[in-house]
Design a protein around this ligand. Structure first.
Ligand code: SF4
Ligand code: SF4
Length: 384
């Protein structure tokens, strides 16, 4: 796709939009930097095993139970005894503290997420398709270059520069962790989750398609133009979604101690690919998850999102309420199937065939410039 022709095709009004957004983004970033310097996560704490759990936990922003869980101690262990009397070594304490600190949210990163979502949203709704452009020029609509740049920005800035937290996957897990008493501020965790899910609802899963750093990394690998024949074969949604749902149920059963007997145990912890952004591979299963997800991404669309991610699952449910999304004009659609081929999932197929629960749509825009009858648009549900 020719990017320069896209820019020359967009109207003066759309160019003004574009520059206003860029200026707005710069202002938001400057404001975010002022409020919360990225260095805040570098804070270190000077704790030792002569101290008790209840001395240390509040300083780390977790409950005593939360620290006990990190130290692999029973949640009901005595919280006022020195840690060395509970058999905790200095190394174990150091590891637990590092791990808890790595999960502290960077406020600045929330601004970056807003900026990326806003940019993706405006690209899909306003900028991707030049005003009044003829359907014959549709191949110039929604050029890939701005999307790829946006994904790279997400991986580099929201991922490697700002570290793993906050991220959508952890946001939902932290809500459940606070429900079993591992965090002292359940409402703050609910608010963080609400932040992500609201963005997912405004623009259909836009937080996954345009913002999430690990989603972006998988999307970039998938976009490498190799193994195209294999990529044409899609994973069966009923299969991937069943695994994702089962994993979520198993997570809840472990989390609430219904199986395993260790309340607060988080299975996603062992599959968390966001650790990549802190270069923190604390278990072999995490290394394996990252390697497999990225390798499989070269032949299948976002395997981690499709098979594992709990936020992927919840935001798939939330797609029913999305305000802006890919809409199909039933009167113009002749069911030729061109958009179905363009979509890397069964998402557009489910919509064309009017399925009640179609596959996740990541708002990737691949289907938006292929329809010869102009039957597909990314628009509000109020405008059919
Ligand atoms: S589903 Fe994928 S893109 Fe969405 S939060 Fe999970 S890892 Fe990120
Ligand atoms: S190609 Fe599929 S996933 Fe991408 S925007 Fe279209 S329907 Fe959604």
């Amino acid at each position: 796709m020719n990017n320069s022709s896209w820019f020359s095709q967009i109207s003066f009004k759309q160019k003004i939009w574009l520059f206003s957004i860029l200026a707005g983004i710069l202002v938001i970033m400057a404001f975010g930097l002022f409020l919360s310097p990225p260095g805040e996560l570098k804070e270190t704490a000077n704790f030792n095993i002569g101290m008790s759990i209840q001395n240390i936990a509040p300083k780390l922003g977790v409950t005593s139970k939360g620290l006990a869980r990190e130290l692999n101690l029973p949640l009901n262990i005595s919280k006022n005894k020195p840690l060395n009397s509970l058999g905790v070594t200095g190394e174990e304490l150091h590891h637990a503290v590092e791990h808890i600190l790595s999960h502290r949210d960077s406020k600045f990163k929330y601004y970056i997420y807003v900026v990326l979502a806003l940019w993706g949203f405006l690209f899909l709704v306003r900028l991707g398709r030049p005003d009044g452009s003829d359907i014959k020029n549709r191949r110039n609509w929604y050029p890939r270059t701005p999307y790829i740049i946006s994904l790279l920005f997400s991986v580099i800035v929201a991922g490697f520069l700002l570290g793993k937290s906050p991220n959508p996957m952890e946001a939902i897990v932290k809500v459940f962790k606070s429900m079993v008493g591992l965090y002292p501020d359940p409402m703050a965790k609910v608010a963080a989750f609400a932040f992500f899910i609201i963005l997912a609802i405004i623009g259909n899963k836009i937080i996954c398609g345009w913002v999430c750093p690990f989603g972006a990394l998988q999307e970039l690998v998938y976009s490498i133009p190799i193994l195209r024949k294999i990529k044409k074969r899609k994973l069966l949604f009923v299969f991937t979604n069943t695994i994702r749902i089962c994993l979520f149920i198993v997570m809840l059963l472990f989390m609430f101690g219904i199986i395993g007997g260790r309340r607060g145990f988080v299975i996603y912890h062992y599959l968390n690919p966001f650790n990549l952004f802190n270069l923190d591979f604390e278990t072999f299963s995490i290394v394996l998850t990252v390697i497999i997800a990225l390798l499989v991404s070269s032949i299948a669309y976002r395997p981690f999102c499709q098979f594992i991610c709990p936020f992927g699952l919840i935001s798939w449910i939330a797609e029913r309420f999305s305000i802006f999304r890919v809409q199909i004009d039933k009167e113009k659609c002749v069911q030729c199937g061109i958009c179905i081929k363009a979509c890397p999932l069964e998402a557009v197929e489910g919509r064309v065939n009017r399925k009640r629960l179609p596959a996740d749509c990541f708002s990737c825009a691949r289907c938006l410039n292929v329809c010869p009858n102009d039957a597909l648009k990314y628009t509000t549900i109020f405008k059919k």
